[in-house]
Ligand binder design. Structure first.
Ligand SMILES: Nc1ncnc2c1ncn2[C@@H]1O[C@H](COP(=O)(O)OP(=O)(O)O)[C@@H](O)[C@H]1O
Ligand SMILES: [Mg+2]
Length: 415
């Protein structure tokens, strides 16, 4: 189905007690430095996200398995495989790439075309608010990582490889940034890189809610949600070249969205019609999501957040209350994990079968800064093998045994 720097994604079928379930499988690329660790982290983040209130916000994670070379007969190649329920055949990016994309999205969400931008934005913000309430920051929110779950007619988040759990410090390395230059906020980091600010010990972990209150790392994703709103509402911005140009012009306009719009050399006033309706409600929300944070960059490159407690960029939970969304989007009350509704739509194996996620010392992650270019990148190879102690957790099978009914049907490489 796709191929990133670290992994290949396949569509497959899994036999669950005689019922064939369509699944998505992600396999670590062999011989790529840091790949195993990246995908292990993605498994841990899926386990963490699926444990609590964020469960409905992300694609249903079924588990993982480790295929040993001796077991690699058939169609599963050796290595670590992650498995999700197949949620649907369209990401938000695939809708936005089509000329009739918004009408198709409206039909698939079951709403009127006139309500589709608000509905999609509300669902994305709702998923983010649930993720943030669980202490997780996605760090790679963009249309390609938002999938339409067809059965629930709901947009869900996928691709948690860059997600950081700031309650436990899992997949968070101080000073490391994981970013997509087109969607990441100008401050680049979820927390300041200067100062002793992140959990380094169990004691410090207990104070991480203070850290959250003080620095508001969730606002990283809110910027990405603002860019996503622009992509939904402004057709001219729906391609990478336009987004890059937008970033450059916005920076030149000191990150003042109104100043950008007045000075932009490639957008027309009519491009903003959907945001300008209702007295500019959508434009107001975009402006609230795309506010810069005040930062100070020291001579050594360390970034500090100034007056974090007064950060003007709106949170996902507050954005949900914005008047742009009130006409069509009534946020559901926070659902507890395993509520009856979710159990109905989530048959099959459950994460109760999985062991609790280990919370590695933050130092167990490789240090390093992501490189340039689009997409996430991370260097270093320490801390591998985190999941080996947990192997076999998928469906409670014996360690290392691939599920006999699992079959990869994709055409990815087999390196
Ligand atoms: N649960 C899922 N259901 C259906 N399709 C999925 C699911 N997860 C991923 N995909 C598809 O696979 C693609 C790649 O998945 P993703 O996790 O974003 O991997 P990558 O790291 O390669 O970006 C997605 O863009 C989407 O088309
Ligand atoms: Mg992706």
């Amino acid at each position: 189905m796709g191929q990133g720097a670290y992994s290949t994604v396949f569509e497959g079928l899994m036999d669950l007690d005689g019922v064939q379930e369509r699944v998505v499988l992600k396999r670590v690329k062999q011989g790529v430095e840091g790949a195993e660790e990246m995908v292990e982290m993605e498994a841990l983040m899926n386990i963490n996200a699926s444990k609590g209130t964020a469960r409905g916000a992300v694609a249903a994670f079924l588990g993982y398995c480790w295929v040993e070379p001796r077991d690699a007969a058939g169609e599963l190649t050796p290595g670590l495989w992650l498995v999700w329920r197949y949620e649907g055949s369209n990401t938000l990016a695939s809708y936005l790439n089509r000329r009739d994309g918004l009408d198709a999205l409206a039909a698939d969400l079951g709403v009127a075309p006139s309500d589709v931008i608000q509905t999609a934005t509300g669902q994305i913000l709702s998923a983010l608010a649930e993720l943030h309430a669980a202490g997780l920051v996605h760090r790679d929110l963009k249309p390609a990582n938002i999938i339409l779950a067809e059965a629930e007619r709901r947009l869900k988040l996928i691709d948690l490889g860059g997600c950081a759990d700031l309650r436990s410090g899992t997949n968070y390395v101080p000073g490391e940034c994981i970013y997509d230059p087109l969607y990441c906020p100008p401050e680049l980091y979820v927390l300041p890189t200067a100062g002793p600010h992140i959990a380094k010990s169990l004691l410090a972990q207990a104070t991480s809610s203070m850290l959250w209150a003080r620095h508001k790392p969730d606002r990283y994703d809110c910027w990405s949600a603002g860019i996503t709103l622009l992509c939904l509402a402004v057709p001219t911005l729906r391609n990478d070249a336009a987004l890059l140009r937008f970033q450059q012009e916005l920076e030149a306009a000191d990150y003042e969205l109104d100043a950008w719009r007045a000075s932009s050399r490639f957008v027309k006033p009519t491009d903003f019609a959907a945001l300008d309706a209702d007295g500019g409600a959508g434009w107001e929300l975009a402006r609230d999501l795309l506010r810069p944070r005040d930062i100070v960059v020291a001579a050594d490159g360390a970034v500090d957040f100034v007056a974090s407690s007064e950060v003007r960029r709106i949170s996902a939970a507050d954005a949900l209350k914005h008047r742009f969304l009130e006409r069509v989007f009534a946020p559901e009350p926070q659902r507890a994990a395993g509520s009856p509704k979710e159990q109905r739509v989530a048959p099959g194996p459950h994460l109760s079968d999985l062991p609790a996620s280990p919370s590695p010392e933050p130092g167990a992650n490789p240090a390093g800064v992501s490189g340039g270019g689009t997409g996430r990148r991370r260097v270093g190879g320490a801390g591998q093998g985190l999941l080996r102690g947990l192997k076999g957790a998928l469906l409670g099978r014996p360690a290392g045994r691939p599920h006999p009914g699992m079959r990869a049907t994709g055409h990815g490489d087999r390196d």
